[in-house]
Design a protein around this ligand. Structure first.
Ligand SMILES: C[S@@+](CC[C@H](N)C(=O)[O-])C[C@H]1O[C@@H](n2cnc3c(N)ncnc32)[C@H](O)[C@@H]1O
Length: 366
């Protein structure tokens, strides 16, 4: 059988290289655009990219956490930006997409990790698309303070497995706190959302501050507000700020902070329903800021269509979901002003993106 080869043309949503073989899409894990691979009878790299690097992590390839460690840092972000532009191509012209903002740290940037425990007490991360635990001694994208807790987690995992009731599954979530201590939670206890990369989070806040300075809103409705990570730095005096969030713990944390700092009013509830109720009650907002989970904010879009906030700032962590929502917003008469990506998750195929949209009826004509 004649070997089949493929020229890798781009990366897919999971970070795999994609090319065409006899007119059919072929996916090659751990490849780089521009490389030539043999895909059958077995995979083999024929022509390597100058951006190929040796992955520093011994678990890379087995652990499901990272997909891009074999690509140099600059090239990773260039490819993710190309992925973003290609995903949004039919909705956003390239000149509206700003150059990406890199993560200040490429390694040890995560302040929260989830460790899973396997049947023999092994502690680590899930393998790619699997519940099999890949045991690790340390994680190169986690903060060193989290890695330092691994021996303790292993001891706790062994103790739990040897206890009277053997748990069906066991997970520990480790979070680095502001004061340097590490909080350990076991098995999905409720907690509020946390942006895992604090330095990149600061860049996100700066991008949004720039947008607010230009839009000068007086009343802002923030949906999917968490515990106020974005609300408090953005709600400057003179802005009336209403934050909506469904997680009761996050709203409690946000409300406690509002008692001290003021400025943000909290509403607990589902984003779409709560927003609609506020509009129904006669509230008006110059700007809606939303930062939904990975799946996007489909159920909020009819509210925007009906209530027409003049400007929308949409923060997304998943370009394919962003694309779906922008398609609907574009049909509803919203025009994209600009798109700004920020690399929150180096070594992985995830990209945080901010989009500013305005109701075309209000946007200034060029
Ligand atoms: C990506 S996080 C963003 C949180 C916040 N903006 C931050 O930077 O920390 C999404 C938030 O939406 C909340 N959420 C999820 N579904 C929701 C819904 N249907 N209505 C309101 N909030 C929701 C989650 O609890 C989470 O806090």
């Amino acid at each position: 059988m004649k070997p089949k080869t493929v020229l890798i043309e781009g990366l897919d949503d999971g970070g795999r290289g994609v090319g065409l073989v006899d007119g059919e899409k072929a996916m090659v894990p751990f490849s780089i655009p521009g490389e030539t691979w043999q895909v059958s009878p077995q995979a083999a790299l024929l022509e390597s990219s100058s951006d190929r690097v040796t992955p520093p992590c011994p678990y890379f390839g087995r652990c499901g956490g990272c997909q891009l460690q074999h690509i140099s840092e600059g090239r990773q972000l260039a490819e993710k930006q190309r992925w973003l532009a290609a995903t949004l191509a039919r909705i956003v012209p390239p000149e509206k997409i700003r150059p990406p903002i890199p993560s200040p740290k490429h390694w040890h940037y995560r302040r929260r990790i989830q460790l899973h425990v396997g049947p023999k007490g092994e502690v680590g991360f899930y393998a790619h698309r699997s519940r099999e635990v890949v045991p690790v001694e340390a994680c190169r994208i986690a903060d060193p303070a989290l890695n330092a807790k691994l021996p303790e987690i292993k001891r706790r995992a062994q103790a739990a497995l040897q206890g009277p009731k053997k748990p069906a599954s066991l997970t520990f979530e480790l979070t680095l706190q502001e004061d340097g201590s590490v909080e350990i939670r076991q098995d999905g206890e409720e907690r509020s959302f946390l942006q895992v990369n604090p330095e990149a989070n600061q860049r996100l806040i700066e991008v949004l501050q720039g947008a607010l300075a230009a839009l000068r809103p007086r009343r802002v409705l923030e949906l999917f507000a968490g515990s106020g990570n974005l609300s408090f730095p953005l709600a400057l005096p003179g802005i009336d700020w209403v934050a909506v969030e469904s997680n009761s713990r996050a709203v409690e944390e946000g409300s406690r902070r509002s008692e001290k700092e003021g400025r943000v009013q909290w509403r607990q509830g589902q984003a779409a329903k709560t927003a609609e109720r506020l509009f129904q009650a006669g509230e008006r907002f110059d700007l809606v800021l939303l930062d939904p989970p990975r799946g996007g904010a489909e159920d909020c879009l009819p509210v925007f269509r009906k209530r027409r906030p003049p400007a929308i700032l949409y923060v997304s962590c998943h370009p394919p979901a962003l694309k779906k929502d922008l398609q609907v917003l574009a049909k509803t008469g919203y025009a994209v002003d600009w798109v700004q990506s920020i690399d929150f998750f180096p070594q992985t195929m995830n990209l945080e993106t901010v989009v500013q949209l305005r109701d075309a009826a209000f946007a200034p004509k060029p």
